[in-house]
Design a protein around this ligand. Structure first.
Ligand code: ATP
Ligand code: MG
Length: 577
């Protein structure tokens, strides 16, 4: 491609809404443009990257035995009604009507449509296992679209669905996808961790997330510093140690605590450890108040809480002060589980039920109650673990210590079980002529989000630094002075020769100053650079690699041999080489 013809609208200034490097650099390099909040266009250079990521995903999916097809983004309401997700998906779903007021959604994911498609077609156990995938545009009306391609309302996903006879079959399918995902993310050169994920609203028991590690990632990962345990903060099991010391159960006592509302202030006031307090948090869950009671020194894990309640996270919100006053008779900060004004559902972390002589809010403004004990003084529904993991928590597997890191969720695999096949009545006949629902798995890769993740891991202050196999072009030839005949001639020759080898190459033949060309070359991050300048008459060019120190003055055949080596190392085919 000649850069004099390339549509590459670079920007000097970064729009202020762009907060993270991938968002800033992809905009600056003219690779993406925003059309509306969370809605982006991929411009020529950016779209080439997308297609390369798609191709890597496609090759590994095909290699794993999955078959590609393409479904519509438009899905009828009835399918989603059948699995209960028309409601459950909540406000993230884009809904629309046709001219006859029939209702549809723009697919946020495709479990329902794939299940419906194979229903009645995959009939016999002899046709199993089957695994199908597509690379397609998804729609989610995210609460906070942000960070460019990271969290969009329209994005590109590879989604695959497996259909098996039984759980063992599903486990094998899951393992295959796991391996395919490892190959995909290895080939994308991402530094990633595979971590246990929450299955939440998707259904099923087992899920793993592939996290590209990055300080700007929106996901938090807890991992053990000594063993292989790793989980998202939503999923990570919290080991919370309660002091086992023998303690006498004391009488409850109401204590005047004016203005003492924070845990720090309470610790000072009562002269005890924060773990002696119980926090009571009031939520509105589908319009009903529900109180969560957890140790005072910890935070509530809202995913565990909503999973226990069997509702989506969008169905839960903190109660406002008026509701708190109605329920407790007190201002915010003095809520406790004892003597509530109204009969409210109380959900208790199991550790609270074992702790003695707790300090809790008094349900009267400026009062707390001390020596509160579960069962004697209040009761609720006990849930084993409602807590959010913290750095240095005990590893649930090996009792060593957990560390925390940030990641970008680029892939997610689920063992779904029979939620969708049962909901949609999708069955097969087994060897004995008996009908059974399919055991299903679903497997997603964020293609457009992976592009942002690559940028987060491969950039510097000057711009992008694409790995060779996802770079929009492999090589850029910069002709310093296009009015110099020797330079233009040599540039053109290299351009032609590289193209004939199947190298994707850019020729910077623009009427621009050398400085502008060098800056753009850094910004768009093409890995292999050939500069044609003052030694063009001797057929000598300068060869360098983006992000690496040093440059060499070489003849064409030496340059070509280096390029051939690079492509070979990356496992990329060239013509006749
Ligand atoms: P998140 O927790 O980040 O909202 P999710 O768990 O809802 O993502 P999945 O349903 O697992 O997402 O979708 C599969 C993959 O699609 C994700 O692993 C992610 O890479 C990508 N993805 C999901 N939501 C978005 C989005 N809003 N923008 C870009 N990519 C997304
Ligand atoms: Mg996910």
């Amino acid at each position: 491609m000649r850069m004099s013809n390339l549509y590459m609208p670079t920007l000097r200034e970064v729009p202020s809404e762009a907060e993270i490097p991938s968002h800033q650099l992809l905009l600056r390099a003219g690779m993406i443009r925003r059309l509306a909040s969370g809605v982006y266009s991929y411009l020529p250079l950016g779209y080439r990257v997308i297609r390369k990521i798609e191709q890597i995903v496609r090759e590994e999916m095909d290699d794993s035995g999955s078959q590609e097809l393409l479904m519509s983004a438009i899905q009828p309401r009835e399918l989603w009604e059948a699995t209960g997700r028309w409601e459950d998906f909540g406000p993230e779903m884009f809904k629309l009507n046709d001219r006859n007021t029939r209702e549809f959604c723009l697919g946020p994911t495709h479990e329902e449509s794939f299940t419906d498609m194979i229903k009645g077609e995959l009939k016999s156990y002899k046709q199993l296992p089957t695994n199908l995938y597509q690379i397609q545009t998804k729609y989610r009306d995210e609460k906070r679209p942000r960070f460019g391609l990271m969290r969009c309302r329209e994005f590109i996903m590879k989604d695959a669905y497996s259909f098996d006879m039984d759980e063992e079959g599903l486990e094998r399918a899951y393992e295959k996808m796991w391996k395919a995902y490892e190959r995909v993310f290895d080939r994308l050169h991402l530094d990633y961790r595979i971590v246990q994920g929450d299955t939440g609203a998707m259904g099923g028991k087992v899920s793993h997330e592939f996290m590209a590690m990055s300080d700007v990632g929106e996901s938090l990962v807890a991992y053990c510093k000594d063993c292989s345990y790793a989980a998202t903060d939503e999923k990570a099991k919290v080991v919370y140690e309660i002091s086992e010391k023998e303690e006498e159960v004391l009488e409850m006592e109401k204590v005047h605590t004016p203005d003492v509302t924070t845990i720090e202030a309470l610790t000072d006031f009562f002269g005890v450890d924060p773990s002696n307090f119980a926090k009571a948090l009031v939520f509105m869950v589908e319009e009903q108040p529900v109180i969560a009671v957890i140790p005072g020194d910890r935070d509530l894990n809202e995913t565990k809480f909503s999973n226990y309640l069997g509702v989506g996270s969008h169905d839960i919100e903190m109660a406002d002060e008026r509701i708190i006053l109605d329920i407790t008779g007190a201002d915010k900060g003095f809520t406790g589980p004892v003597d509530l004004k109204e009969d409210v559902r109380i959900i208790v972390d199991s550790r609270i039920s074992k702790m003695k002589n707790l300090v809790v809010g008094g349900n009267e403004t400026d009062y707390h109650i001390k020596n509160v004990n579960y069962a004697r003084d209040f009761e609720g529904e006990i849930v084993e673990d409602l807590l959010l993991v913290e750095e240095n928590d005990t590893c649930p597997e090996c009792a060593s210590e957990l560390k925390m890191d940030r990641g970008i969720e680029v892939g997610n695999i689920f063992q779904l079980g029979t939620k969708y096949s049962e909901g949609l009545n999708a069955h097969y006949l087994d060897e004995n002529g008996k009908t059974n629902p399919f055991e299903m798995g679903s497997y997603g890769i964020g293609v457009s989000r992976s592009m942002a993740a690559i940028v987060e891991q491969f950039h510097d202050e000057d711009g992008l630094m694409w790995p060779l196999n996802t770079s929009p072009y492999g090589v850029i030839i910069t002709v310093i002075n296009i009015n110099n005949e020797d330079q233009m001639k040599l540039g053109e020759k290299l351009y032609k020769d590289l193209k004939s080898m199947g190298v994707e190459v850019l020729l910077d033949d623009r009427k621009e100053r050398a400085g502008v060309k060098f800056n753009d070359r850094d910004l768009i991050g093409i890995p292999v650079r050939i500069t044609v300048g003052k030694r063009a008459g001797e057929e000598i060019v300068e060869y360098s690699i983006r992000g690496e120190e040093g440059r060499e003055e070489l003849e064409e055949k030496e340059v070509i041999s280096l390029i051939v080596d690079l492509y070979r190392e990356e496992g990329m085919a060239l013509k006749n080489r």
